[in-house]
Structures are given as structure tokens and as C-alpha cells.
Design a protein around this ligand. Structure first.
Ligand code: C2E
Ligand code: CA
Ligand code: CA
Length: 755
């Protein structure tokens, strides 16, 4: 049961009980006053009836009956009436109640003193025993009859009695008997009923009013209480309301509780909001951490993939590079060997790539390469001639302008040649690059396993030799490798092939041969000389590979590499404060292009070198070709770029000094052949002396190279040549060795020995 219901029931019960008690009390007092009225009424009526005393005196039963009947009729509440004499004996009775039986009665106080007679009656007063308590059914009233006439006086008749009574009217009075009346209690109560009904209605109204009042009061209290309880429940179960609004309770305890709860709710809301913000922030942080992680992961993957690609794939064409190609080739050769089948290798050279690069730019060169790569793919993948069992053909880019295709699963050499021809024709077709029509100049070399090699490298080398020969012979068809090709110029072919794929940084090095000014006793310069440390052949001398580099056009790339390295080394020397006032760099005739001018200019800027610390050595033979073009370029180099120019190997060509005077030269290098001849032949010595003299006349500085003994040095000194380069002082030295040579002034010993 809810508190409000309980409270209502309790208060209504209490109200009802109180009302009932009040009702009972009122009824009781009503009842008593009714009895008192009845008493007074009966007493009055008895007093009015004048014949009571006389009839009693004479024991006039009829007269008593008459009087009793009158009395009984006068009061409807009465059920019976009786009269007794002074002794208490019942004399007469009237009434319609069968239960009214005379019974002995206790005489009242007034009577005892007057009469010793025992009244027998009124025995009619029946009673009921309820719970050990004797309750009467009737209300009895006993009224004494008084007379001034002594009852013991002997009076003759009624008339005399009246006279006597009148005479004694002021004397003593005697109780001469009693009149008793009986009113049934029930009748008395019924008589009260109308009044009781009114009271009952009042009580009921009271109870209802009390009920309504209590209920509304309870409601007014319990509603907000319930609201509070529900809110508390909600809060405890996590459902937080906005706020509780309890009208009419602003300033009482409920209002206080509501305020407290509202405070709690506000706190909870604040906390929840803070929590939400925190959670949001945290999830943001988690999100960004996740993002960073995935970015990092992507980067790691990217780097890994890139490394993989760099290691195994060509960045321009996305084809496998030489390394991956060789790995695959070796594997495919093993399979071919086991299956007793042939395997073909095509090396495809794009001869005019450099020209495309120069004329249209590197972008054009790259897209030429890409087009060729995709043509090659299409041409080989759709092959139905070569791939008998539809095995794939592997394509790779193995050099700057070289592709390689592996034809596996072929049955005979003829298959390889046929495929090579198709490749040649397909690749040679003109293509449009940046709006210009480019006709690739293609050379194809073919080698077939097992005839031309048992290992992948051998087979590739054979195809390299074949393509080199095709280039040399300027063939417009593929060339199949043969032993004759190998014998004819295998070393040369191989060197060219190796040079093509060489990693300059790894295989090449610059050595520096110091030039000593004997007059001043110091190093006045050095010449940079290239050294090739071939991975298989070891040290390959420049006279073997420089001509090959020149013929194959590789000298351009190699030359650029030399310039870059020499400039970097000079910058390094200068930083270490090594006194090398100029560094000479050999420039091949083929290198003298506009590109060279740019390369030199850029390298000067990059390494922050003064232009006149660089000297370019040009061979005499260069100066006799295309004089005007050469002059222009040299003019730019000397006057605009500001580098020094030297003519190398002077005397081996067909120029004269007078002719040389046209060129903006700084220095003349007397070739070693003069130095060698000088000792044996006095006339040769004279020529040397004359050259030196004339060069001086022309304002050229002179360096004599190839001086390897003191005698030569002495003679040259006599001719007035003081700057010497040769083994007498030092062989070309690696960079670090040159440093020590200069620091230890290694030339001093030689100079001292001369003195
Ligand atoms: P070169 O320019 O006449 O270089 C001088 C050559 O004579 C060098 O040979 C040098 O080592 C050698 N030499 C110097 N002093 C003596 C000596 O007292 N006795 C003897 N027997 N030889 C001496 P190297 O280094 O073998 O160079 C040979 C040629 O290769 C050079 O002749 C040059 O034409 C070419 N070369 C060398 N380095 C380069 C380079 O960086 N670029 C170009 N384009 N050509 C280079
Ligand atoms: Ca030289
Ligand atoms: Ca020389």
C-alpha cells in the first residue's frame, strides 16, 4: 500500500472514530436529557392528578386504575404503569407489555423512613445479561405520592380526606405510595432517532470533508514526494531529468529537497557534459593517433615498396632492372636446361635516346622510353610465333638506353631471330613525342642458350657483344651473336658493354697528378686523371676505355661525372687549405657542346669555386675540327664562364703555334713524346726548346708532362720550362695521397737532389 493511501486510510479512520465517539457522547447526553424530561414530565403529571393520595389511602384499586390509565395515555413512550403503597406493595398495574411482571424493589431514600412495608413489585422490570453485565430493557421511573394526611390516620370517606388534607396543607407531608412508569429503552432510543439521523448526516459530512481534506493535503504532499521519488529512481538508474519543478513548494521542505536534488541533477549534468567532452576528446585523440599510425604504416609500406622498386625496377618504364632481370634469367635458364629447350635473349639499344634528350628534353626521352617499353610488351606478349607454349616473355630495362627481352620456351635459334626482327620493326616505327615525330634508332643483339652461354651473365654478355657489333656496323636488322664477333673485338665489345652499365660512383675514381713549379718550389696545379676499377678486370687504363667511351658516346655522361667529381674534390682541397691554385680536367673533343658550358657553370656555382681555379685540357686534334663552332664555345668558356683553357698533347697533331694563337688559350702542354725524344735526339730537343720559347712569346703558360728523370728536368730548365708534371715528381695519386704529398712537400727531395 502506498504511503499516501495508508495515510488517507489512517486519517479517515481516526476522523470516523472521533466522529463516532462524538456522536455516541451526543446521543448519550440526548438520551439522558430525554430521560430527565420524561422524569420531570411524569412527576408533573402525577402532581396534577389530585386523586393519587386519596386512592392510595383508601386502597381504591379502581381509582388507581383510572389514574394509571390516564397517565399511561398521556405519555406515548410509556409501556406500563403501576402504583404501590408506602410499604411497596403493588396495588394496581396497567400496561400492554406482557413482560411487565411485578418484582420486589428497593424503596427509595425518602420512602424508607416512611414505610417498613415491603413492596412487591414492580417485578416487570426485565433485564438482559450481556457479557456479565445486567442491562435493563426498560427505563423505570418511580414517583413518590406525598400527602399531608398521615396514612395511618383513620378517615371515614373521601370527603373527609379532602377536608383533612386541606386543613393540613401547611403541615408535614407523608409518602403515601408510589407511582411507577416503565418506558422500554428501545422506544426511548427510537424517539432519539430523528436527532441521531441528523447527527449521523453531520458526522458523515464531517468524515467526507475530513477525507477530502486529508486526501487533498496528502496529495499535495505525496505528489511532489512521488515526483521526487521517481526522480531519485531515475537518477539511480541513470536517467537524468533536466530539472524538477515542484510548484507551490518553493519554500518548504519539499522545495528544499527538490533544490538539493536539482543541485545533484545539475552536478550530474555538468559531470556528464564534461565526461562527454572528455570522451569526445579522447576519441578524437584515439582517432588522430590511429590516423597517424595508419599514415606511418602507409609510409613504411610506401618506403618498402619504393625500396623494392628501386632495387628491382626501373623508375621510368616500371620494368624490372638489370638485377632482377639477371636473377630471373638465371632461373629461366635452369628451367630451359632441364627441359632441354632453348632460351633467347634480346638486347635492344635505343641509339638516338641521347639526341632526343638533348633536343626535346629529358621528359621527352622518358616518354620515348615508356613508349618503347609498352611497344615491346605488346609485341612480345601477343607473340604466337615465339611463345610456342604461350609462356610469357620477360622484358627489362638494363641500361640507360638498353632493354632486354628473354624469350623462353623457344625451339630453335630461328625462333629467336624471327622474334628479334619483329621487335626491331615494331620499335623502329616513328612515334609522336611532344608533338614531334621521333624515329627511334634501334639496334638489336640476339644470343641463344645454351649455344652462346650457359649462365645468365654469359648469355647477356653475348647479346651485349652482338648489339655493340650491330651498332658499330650500323645494322638495320638484329644481329645474332657469333664466336667471330667475340674474337674480333670481344674485349672492346665487352668493355663498351660494361662501360654502359657501369655505376660511375662505384667503379670510377679520379687520381691527381701534381704539377710542380720548379722555380718557385711549390705545387702550382694538378691534373685529374680517370681510373676505372672494373669489377672483374680490375684496373683498366684510360687509353683502353676512353676511346671506347668516345666512340659510344658514353664520354658525355662519364665526362659530366668527372667534372662533378673533380670540382667537388677541388672544393674539398681548398677547404683544407691545400695550395692547388688550378685543377686541370681533360675534356674530350666530343664533350665540347653547349651542355658542357652549362655543366661547368653549374658545377662552379654548386661548389663555389672561382672560375680560374679550373682549367680545361683540350686535345690539339679538337682545335682543328669545325673551327668556328669550337671558337665560339671556347670563347664563352674562357670569357663568360671564366675558366682557363689548356691545349693538351701539343705537337702530336698538325697544328702550328700560329694557328693556335687564334684560340683563347692560357696554357700549352708539351707532350711526353718531345720529352722522350729530347734525350736521344738533339734536334728534337731543339724543337722542344723552340716550342717553349714560342709559346712564351704567345703569352702561354707552359707545362711539360711525362718528365720521369732528372736529366729531362735539367734540359727543360735550360729551355726555360719550369712547370713540370711527371713521374719524376709523382705519379697520379688518389685524393688523400695527394693531400699528404702536398703537406709533406714531397717534391723538395727531387729539387734538392738537383742542386
Ligand atoms: P694525357 O691527358 O696526356 O694524360 C697524361 C698521361 O700521361 C696520364 O696517363 C699520365 O699518367 C701519364 N704520365 C704522366 N707522367 C708520366 C711519366 O713520367 N711517364 C709516363 N710513362 N707516363 C706519364 P693516363 O692517366 O693513363 O692517361 C692516359 C690518357 O687518358 C690521358 O692522356 C688522357 O688522354 C686520357 N685521360 C685520362 N684521364 C682522362 C679524363 O679524365 N678525361 C679524358 N677525356 N681523358 C682522360
Ligand atoms: Ca691531359
Ligand atoms: Ca697529354
Amino acid at each position: 500500500m502506498r504511503i499516501s493511501t495508508r495515510f488517507t486510510v489512517l486519517s479517515v479512520s481516526i476522523t470516523t472514530l472521533a466522529a463516532l465517539i462524538a456522536l455516541t457522547a451526543i446521543l448519550l447526553s440526548e438520551f439522558n436529557s430525554r430521560k430527565a424530561i420524561l422524569n420531570a414530565d411524569i412527576a408533573a403529571r402525577v402532581a396534577q392528578g389530585g386523586e393519587w393520595a386519596r386512592a392510595l389511602h383508601f386502597s381504591d384499586v379502581d381509582g388507581l386504575q383510572q389514574e394509571l390509565e390516564v397517565l399511561l395515555l398521556s405519555e406515548p413512550l410509556l409501556a406500563g404503569a403501576a402504583s404501590r403503597n408506602a410499604a411497596g406493595d403493588a396495588l394496581q398495574m396497567v400496561g400492554n407489555e406482557p413482560t411487565l411482571l411485578p418484582r420486589p424493589r428497593t424503596p427509595n431514600a425518602e420512602a424508607t423512613s416512611l414505610s417498613a412495608t415491603t413492596l412487591k413489585g414492580p417485578g416487570a422490570m426485565r433485564s438482559a445479561m450481556i457479557g456479565g453485565l445486567e442491562l435493563p430493557y426498560y427505563y423505570g421511573i418511580s414517583v413518590p405520592i406525598l400527602s399531608t394526611v398521615n396514612p395511618l390516620t383513620d378517615i371515614a370517606d373521601a370527603e373527609t380526606y379532602r377536608v383533612t388534607a386541606a386543613r393540613n396543607s401547611t403541615g408535614a407531608r407523608f409518602v403515601v405510595g408510589y407511582v411507577e412508569v416503565y418506558a422500554p429503552l428501545a422506544r426511548l432510543l427510537i424517539d432519539l432517532l430523528p436527532r441521531a439521523n441528523t447527527l449521523l448526516v453531520v458526522v458523515l459530512i464531517l468524515v467526507v470533508v475530513a477525507f477530502l481534506f486529508v486526501r487533498s493535503t496528502v496529495r499535495r504532499i505525496s505528489r511532489p514526494m512521488e515526483q521526487l521519488a521517481t526522480t531519485a529512481d531515475d537518477i539511480s538508474s541513470g536517467k537524468i531529468p533536466r530539472a524538477i519543478n515542484i510548484s507551490g513548494h518553493r519554500h518548504d521542505e519539499i522545495g528544499d529537497i527538490a533544490n538539493v536534488l536539482n543541485g545533484v541533477i545539475q552536478g550530474v549534468h555538468k559531470m556528464t557534459a564534461q565526461l562527454n567532452v572528455d570522451r569526445e576528446l579522447m576519441s578524437l585523440q584515439v582517432d588522430s593517433a590511429k590516423k597517424q599510425l595508419s599514415v606511418a604504416e602507409a609510409q613504411v609500406n610506401q618506403t618498402r615498396n619504393r625500396l623494392k622498386r628501386v632495387a628491382y625496377f626501373d623508375p621510368v618504364t616500371s620494368l624490372p632492372n638489370r638485377r632482377l632481370m639477371l636473377e630471373q634469367l638465371n632461373m629461366l635458364m635452369l628451367i630451359a636446361q632441364r627441359e632441354k629447350r632453348h632460351l633467347g635473349v634480346l638486347v635492344i639499344d635505343v641509339e638516338n635516346l641521347r639526341r632526343v634528350n638533348e633536343s626535346l628534353g629529358h621528359e621527352a626521352g622518358d616518354s620515348t622510353l615508356r613508349t618503347i617499353a609498352s611497344r615491346l610488351k605488346d609485341c612480345l606478349r601477343s607473340s604466337d610465333v615465339v611463345s610456342v607454349d604461350d609462356a610469357p616473355n620477360d622484358i627489362s630495362r638494363i641500361g640507360n638506353n638498353e632493354f632486354c627481352a628473354v624469350l623462353h620456351g623457344i625451339n630453335e635459334t630461328g625462333d629467336a631471330i624471327r622474334t628479334a626482327s619483329r621487335v626491331y620493326n615494331t620499335l623502329s616505327a616513328p612515334m609522336e613525342i611532344q608533338g614531334a615525330s621521333v624515329a627511334p634508332v634501334i639496334k638489336v643483339g640476339v644470343a641463344v642458350a645454351p649455344e652462346h652461354g650457359k649462365r645468365g651473365e654469359d648469355l647477356l654478355r653475348a647479346a651485349d657483344i652482338a648489339v655493340t657489333a650491330a651498332r658499330q656496323r650500323n645494322l638495320s636488322e638484329p644481329l645474332l651473336f657469333s664466336r667471330e664477333l667475340d674474337d674480333a673485338g670481344s674485349e672492346r665489345f665487352l668493355l663498351e658493354a660494361d662501360l654502359r652499365k657501369a655505376n660511375f660512383d662505384r667503379e670510377f675514381e679520379l687520381h691527381y697528378q701534381p704539377q710542380i713549379d720548379c722555380d718557385k718550389g711549390l705545387v702550382c696545379g694538378a691534373e685529374a686523371l680517370i681510373r676505372w676499377n672494373h669489377p672483374k678486370l680490375g684496373n683498366v687504363p684510360p687509353f683502353k676505355f676512353i676511346p671506347i667511351a668516345e666512340e659510344s658516346g658514353l664520354i658525355i655522361d662519364l665526362g659530366n661525372w668527372i667534372i662533378e667529381r673533380a670540382f667537388a674534390d677541388l672544393a674539398d682541397f681548398r677547404e683544407r687549405r691545400l695550395d692547388i691554385s688550378k685543377l686541370s680536367i681533360n675534356i674530350s673533343a666530343l664533350q665540347l657542346t653547349d651542355e658542357l658550358i652549362d655543366v661547368v657553370r653549374n658545377a662552379l656555382t654548386t661548389h663555389r669555386l672561382p672560375a680560374d681555379s679550373i682549367q680545361l685540357e683540350l686535345t690539339e686534334s679538337l682545335l682543328v675540327q669545325d673551327v668556328d663552332a669550337v671558337l665560339t664555345k671556347l670563347g664563352i668558356l674562357r670569357n663568360e664562364v671564366g675558366v682557363r683553357l689548356s691545349v693538351d698533347d701539343f705537337g702530336t697533331g698538325y697544328s702550328s703555334l700560329a694557328y693556335l694563337a687564334k684560340f683563347p688559350l692560357n696554357e700549352l702542354k708539351v707532350d711526353r713524346s718531345f720529352v722522350v725524344g729530347m734525350e736521344a735526339d738533339e734536334s728534337a730537343a731543339k724543337v722542344t726548346g723552340a716550342i717553349i720559347a714560342m709559346a712564351k712569346q704567345l703569352g702561354l703558360e707552359i707545362v711539360v708532362e711525362g718528365v720521369d728523370n732528372p736529366l729531362q728536368l735539367q734540359r727543360l730548365g735550360e729551355f726555360g720550362a719550369s712547370v713540370i708534371q711527371g713521374f719524376l715528381f709523382s705519379r697520379p695519386l688518389p685524393k688523400e695521397a695527394l693531400t699528404s704529398y702536398i703537406e709533406s712537400q714531397g717534391w723538395q727531395d727531387v729539387l734538392k737532389s738537383l742542386d
